[in-house]
Design a protein around this ligand. Structure first.
Ligand code: SAM
Length: 234
């Protein structure tokens, strides 16, 4: 594992030249990653977890999903440099809001500079601290429900983040969880990796919840072999 909790691909699954080429093809053909987003991506180098943001085509995927969901209020776990946050802020539009939760003050500072440059600061509230505590406050404050949740922080806490998301959303809300394949490690029930167990438990929690429909998709690309869970409240 690398320092930011993403799996380091073993040779067998290292991102191949072909995967990179396909990402480059689709990103250059379909994805509107403008210079502001490119700068935000590069600024990840100034955070505690360089290169941990979603790929450009994944950011665009989040934007489209949020638009399909008609999301006006988005909750994000794990801001980093705010790359995915900017995609989501663009999805919700001028009248929408993104609340993004980040543990590290230095990452939040990098993100806020990017939000300013992107002209979306007024749409984003960045809350610094452990996300379990931040969500506890949002729940206690009776925060207006969210329409869309993106969970992309520390993976062992995925089950706690799902539980919080369920208290902070309404019927019809969409919940997306990143990095759920982890180079295939998710299929190893005996894994001693708490990040893998965090993914497995959250998948089981979704399956057992009477009000949730869910599925998962594997992805390959410049970020290696990984994937997303997508769930929706009935
Ligand atoms: N969503 C970002 C993007 O795609 O641009 C990437 C987020 S990065 C994978 C994970 C982030 O979660 C890091 O910035 C890390 O500091 C943050 N994080 C880790 N543990 C956390 C916690 N307990 N509470 C809140 N944020 C946390």
């Amino acid at each position: 594992m690398n320092e930011f909790g993403s799996p380091v691909p073993v040779n067998r699954y290292e991102a191949t030249d072909d995967w990179h080429a396909v990402d480059r093809y689709f990103t250059s053909t379909l994805v509107r990653e403008d210079s502001i987003l490119a700068v935000a991506r590069d600024s990840g180098d100034a955070t505690t977890m360089p290169n941990a943001e979603v790929a450009a085509n994944q950011g665009a995927f989040l934007e489209i999903l949020a638009k399909i969901a008609g999301a006006r209020r988005v909750l994000e776990f794990g801001t980093l440099a705010g790359y995915s946050t900017i995609w989501l802020a663009r999805a919700v539009g001028e009248q929408g809001q993104v609340v993004t939760l980040e543990l590290e003050p230095e990452n939040a500072a990098v993100a806020k500079a990017n939000f300013h440059a992107a002209g979306v600061s007024h749409q984003i509230e960045t809350i610094v601290g452990p996300a379990t505590e931040s969500t506890e406050r949002l729940i206690n404050d009776d925060t207006e429900p969210f329409d869309f949740v993106f969970i992309d922080a520390d993976k062992p806490n995925n089950p706690a983040y799902l539980a919080a998301a369920l208290k902070l959303t309404h019927s019809g809300a969409v919940i997306v969880i990143d990095n759920v394949v982890r180079n295939g490690a998710v299929a190893d029930a005996a894994s001693a990796d708490p990040r893998v167990q965090g993914v497995r438990t959250v998948a089981e929690d979704i399956a057992a919840h009477p009000d949730l429909d869910g599925t998962a998709l594997q992805t390959v690309g410049e970020k290696g072999w990984d994937g997303l869970i997508i769930a929706r409240r009935r």
